[in-house]
Design a protein around this ligand. Structure first.
Ligand code: PLP
Length: 381
């Protein structure tokens, strides 16, 4: 991709071309998968192609990292074998003794990672309602180094004010990291509102087909904390395989079009559920009844492809999940196929998620078919 033109291109064009180069050795338009773990030195001892050993860098990973940085609008990206490994690298870049403020309603895997791995390692963490900026300010400590955000939150889709919280973090010498797994490029631009680091589980929308695990950290500026993230990546080696990088990069080519359809479908499903007499509550920021709607409209480009809704109780929720025919009863999100899950049971005994809540990842099927399936499943409850 020629560097001098990329700033003028629209996101659809960037998505198709970012990280793409015609292979100089063969003329292949789509890059080959470089399985070699080691790269040859020139007679003078230098590495003319820039790669030494695949844990520290690989052509396929480089291409994916360049593409992610371009699409997210950051200076640099580091890819990992999973979203959890990417989150770990950010926490690892802090120091024992540092304090982290995180949402009380965040992806349960990151909550457990913090509690079970990083608290014993030496971090302290306050889980608070980040949709209330004053609560965040009240949780601040003199050793707070990182504010972790997920907005919309998981699974209640609470909206946090990225710009206000970035200002708070920066005024007190801390960083703001956003887990943007639910809000990939074209849905929300966290850097534009002041985030310093953006995390993706590329397993979800970026890969988009439920067939590859991966993660990425993208940095607004490549210096400082990101240099430590990069060091953790190379030293700890939780890196994605060349094939996994190739698959994620292939999926990025269609990201803007997929996101458009995911979000449109989710809006229609949310409207259907909101009007249904047996549905007690729908959590989707695109609904004007959502308490965070105005803020979401300000900071999101689209309202996303994820939603959750509540029926009377756990039995009713399990019954709806049992009766769907088109949705798969499965965890995860962001694939072309729609998924539904009873969230409290996957989160385990510590979960504070309402027992009657079902979380839905709205896929790329026709929305009429999705709505018909939910209608028949809910009707019998
Ligand atoms: C899935 C997910 C993760 C973890 O990613 P893995 O690739 O499963 O390790 C982190 N944050 C959010 C919001 C997720 O949905």
């Amino acid at each position: 991709m020629p560097d001098d033109t990329k700033l003028d291109w629209k996101v659809e064009t960037l998505a198709v071309h970012a990280g793409a180069e015609v292979d100089p050795a063969t003329g292949a338009v789509i890059s080959p998968i470089h399985l070699s773990t080691t790269f040859e030195r020139a007679p003078d001892g230098s590495y003319p192609h820039g790669h030494i050993y695949t844990r520290t860098s690989n052509p396929n990973r480089d291409a994916l990292e360049r593409a992610l940085a371009v699409l997210e609008g950051g200076e640099a990206a580091a890819c990992f074998a999973s979203g959890s490994a990417a989150a770990s690298a950010i926490f690892r870049a802090l120091r024992p003794g540092d304090h982290v403020v995180a949402p009380d309603d965040l992806y349960h895997g990151v909550r457990k990672l913090l509690k079970e791995v990083f608290v014993p390692w030496g971090l302290s963490v306050s889980f608070v309602d980040t949709s209330d900026s004053e609560t965040v300010a009240a949780a601040w400590q003199e050793n707070t180094r990182l504010l972790w955000l997920e907005t919309p939150s998981n699974p209640l889709l609470k909206i946090s004010d990225i710009a206000a919280l970035a200002e708070l973090a920066h005024s007190r010498g801390a960083l703001l990291a956003c887990d943007a797994t639910w809000t990939p490029p074209t849905v929300q631009d966290a850097f534009a509102f002041g985030a310093d680091l953006v995390l993706h589980s590329t397993t979800k929308y970026l890969a988009g087909h439920s067939d590859v695990l991966g993660g990425a950290v993208i940095a607004r500026t490549a210096s400082g904390t990101f240099e430590r993230v990069r060091a953790v990546q190379g030293l700890e080696g939780a890196v994605p395989s060349p094939f996994d990088c190739w698959l994620v990069l292939r999926s990025l080519r269609t990201l803007p079009y997929r996101m458009r359809a995911h979000c449109e479908n989710a809006g229609q499903v949310a409207a259907f559920l909101a009007a249904h007499p047996q549905v007690a509550r729908v959590h989707y920021p695109g609904l004007t009844s959502h308490p965070g709607h105005k803020l979401a409209a300000r900071q999101m480009q689209r309202f996303g492809g994820m939603l959750s809704f509540e029926v009377a109780d756990e039995d009713a929720a399990m019954a709806v999940a049992a009766r769907v025919r088109l949705f798969a009863r499965a965890t995860s999100l962001g694939g072309v196929e729609s998924l539904i899950e009873h969230r409290a049971s996957i989160e385990g005994p510590e979960s504070t998620t309402p027992k009657g809540l079902l979380r839905v990842s709205v896929g790329l099927e026709h929305p009429d078919d999705l709505i018909a399936d939910l209608a028949q499943a809910i009707a019998e409850v």
